[in-house]
Design a protein around this ligand. Structure first.
Ligand SMILES: O=C(CO)COP(=O)(O)O
Length: 261
């Protein structure tokens, strides 16, 4: 973690919690997280599309400091695309973030690098901040190819993204073998790839962009392992799956595993 970048803890709820459960969870987070917590780190939730309007109403009505976003965005801006949700719609719902290229979408919905790039571009067209997910699977890791593989995903996703846009992107390094498996990467594993991502951003853009971009680690993050991960110089936060569904656990993660805010 660097003091120059504000840490970001983002909870990816995946396909969990209906809109009533979403309200209950956000209320619990809002009740527990203090201004001091929010001053120290941004906290965001990424609920299913069907929850977003409820979350917006709660956040706006109670003037909460919790940020929120969606788990996916269409590469199209509107029209005859059955089942899709556009960036315009997400922007209208007050979303700050949108995930692009989560490994579950790459794996189960056949999203390739070109589509992920189109979704990153769609996010920027509508003023949304992409949280670009990259990371290798187990065979690549076992062959020692994690840096090359992850950087090739990064290069492809940033194709055509301009310097002023790149400055605001969030990159989440999520090794596929660590997602939902309890098999967390070691802090050194996380630093190796997150550091390589930052170096690549300097090569693709400049050192200002590289210094500004927040790079998150994701994969079996819990309150018990977040401190070691956050101690790494190029890790600026976490993208949290399962543990983000438990409000007490997510609050502890937002506090870097420390006992109080
Ligand atoms: O995929 C993830 C977040 O996007 C990580 O999920 P888990 O924290 O459940 O391993």
């Amino acid at each position: 973690m660097s003091t120059a970048r504000k840490p970001l803890m983002a909870g990816n709820w995946k396909m969990n919690l209906n809109h009533l459960e979403a309200i209950a969870l956000v209320q619990k987070l809002a009740f527990t997280l203090t201004d001091k917590d929010f001053d120290r780190a941004d906290a965001a939730v990424l609920p299913p599309f069907t929850d977003l309007r409820s979350v917006q109403t709660l956040v706006d009505g109670d003037k909460l400091r919790i940020l929120y976003g969606a788990q996916d965005v269409s590469e199209h801006d509107g029209g005859a695309y059955t089942g899709e949700v556009s960036g315009t719609m997400l922007a209208k719902l007050g979303c700050t973030f949108v995930l692009a290229g989560h490994s579950e979408r790459r794996q189960y919905h056949r999203e390739d690098d070109q589509l992920v790039n189109a979704k990153v571009q769609a996010a920027y067209r509508h003023g949304l901040t992409p949280i670009l997910c990259v990371g290798e699977g187990l065979p690549v890791r076992q062959a020692g190819g994690q840096v090359a593989y992850t950087l090739s995903q990064l290069d492809a996703a940033l194709n055509g993204v301009k310097t002023d846009q790149a400055k605001s992107i969030v990159v989440a390094y999520e090794p596929v073998w660590a997602i939902g498996t309890g098999e967390v990467a070691t802090p050194d594993d996380a630093q190796e790839v997150c550091g390589a991502i930052r170096t690549r951003l300097a090569e693709l853009y400049d050192t200002e962009v590289a210094a500004a971009v927040r790079i998150l680690y994701g994969g079996s993050v819990k309150s018990g392992n977040i401190a070691g991960i956050m101690a790494q110089p190029d890790v600026d936060g976490a993208l949290v799956g399962g543990a983000s569904l438990d409000p007490a656990e997510f609050v502890k993660i937002c506090r870097f595993g420390e006992m109080s805010g």
